[in-house]
Design a protein around this ligand. Structure first.
Ligand code: PDD
Length: 281
């Protein structure tokens, strides 16, 4: 991780100084994205940058330079760090100002980014993972990809403490998403996942899976579902940039259930892999 992005400069990490009154540091006042790299090529960069702009606009933070410049900088960052398979992390905070809750509208944000090698989870994709079902204690704007992730990290800690890979969450018995992933169930030839409301992050992987599922003859119901429906599902899986499509084989916590690594999940994994290969050629 030797080169990083700091505002509009690519520089050595040790040359970066973050001010202790950066609003990201004081308030968690900022946004981020995680963009995957496969075989030296970024995947779904446009979709991630678009969501970055949407998060910025919802929080009234202004990009300090054009999106095309940002895209060039991120590609440059990838090349300078010689990353082949991994991720680009980019964040933008509302910048530095004397600590006060009230923010000025549309001030230029402070951008930082890094790029690193990361192994995508082959074993978990094959064998599936255990998840902990727990209450969703987060705020009501989960559609914003905010760097303030306290509810998410608390859920993840609890999951790990219970020997689970991920936490999936519910609000009064209605399933929302994972601590860092979206959640799908499969029943017959139908997929179901929470609609893209304020209660979940509309994952880029989620959107691609929905598109691929429809192309492959499945129906997709973007309607919230209950714990009972989860119990009655044939298959369940989570999706995210770093976890791709990962089958759920066991649920503990607020309900107990087991699932096979299902045939439809496997079919979608193959379609997803083929789509990545096509897009990153
Ligand atoms: N997390 N929901 C939440 C709460 C997330 O944090 C993420 C991703 C997703 C899936 O979004 P996408 O498919 O666009 O990656 C859903 C990233 C990977 C992270 O925080 O590291």
């Amino acid at each position: 991780m030797s080169y990083v992005l700091f505002n509009d400069q690519i520089t050595k990490r040790e040359h970066v100084n973050i001010d202790m009154e950066d609003r990201g540091y004081n308030f968690g006042d900022g946004i981020y994205e995680v963009i995957p790299i496969y075989e030296g090529n970024t995947f779904a960069m446009e979709e991630h940058l678009q969501r970055f702009l949407e998060s910025a606009s919802k929080l009234e933070i202004k990009l300090p330079y054009d999106k095309t410049v940002l895209e060039q900088q991120l590609n440059e960052l990838k090349i300078k760090n010689k990353v082949i398979n991994g991720i680009i992390y980019i964040q933008m905070t509302r910048g530095v100002s004397p600590r006060a809750h009230l923010y000025e509208r549309n001030v230029e944000g402070l951008i930082t980014g890094f790029c690193r090698e990361m192994a995508f989870p082959t074993e978990q994709k094959l064998a599936g993972v255990s998840v902990l079902l727990t209450e969703d204690i987060r705020w009501l704007r989960c559609d914003i990809k905010s760097i303030n992730l306290l509810g998410n990290i608390m859920a993840k800690r609890k999951a790990t403490d219970n020997d689970c890979h991920e936490a999936i969450m519910h609000r009064n018995g209605i399933l929302t998403e994972g601590s860092s992933s979206n959640l799908f169930i499969v029943k017959g030839k139908q997929l179901q996942t929470h609609p893209p409301t304020n209660l979940i992050l509309n994952g880029i992987t989620r959107q691609i899976v929905i598109k691929l599922a429809k192309e492959n003859g499945f129906t997709v119901n973007e309607e919230a579902f209950s714990m009972q429906q989860l119990l009655e599902a044939d298959e369940a899986f989570i999706t995210s940039t770093t976890q791709e499509i990962t089958p759920i084989t066991k649920i503990i916590g607020d309900i107990n259930a087991t699932f096979p690594v299902g045939t439809i999940t496997k079919e979608l994994q193959h379609a997803f892999k083929a789509f990545i290969d096509k897009e990153t050629k």
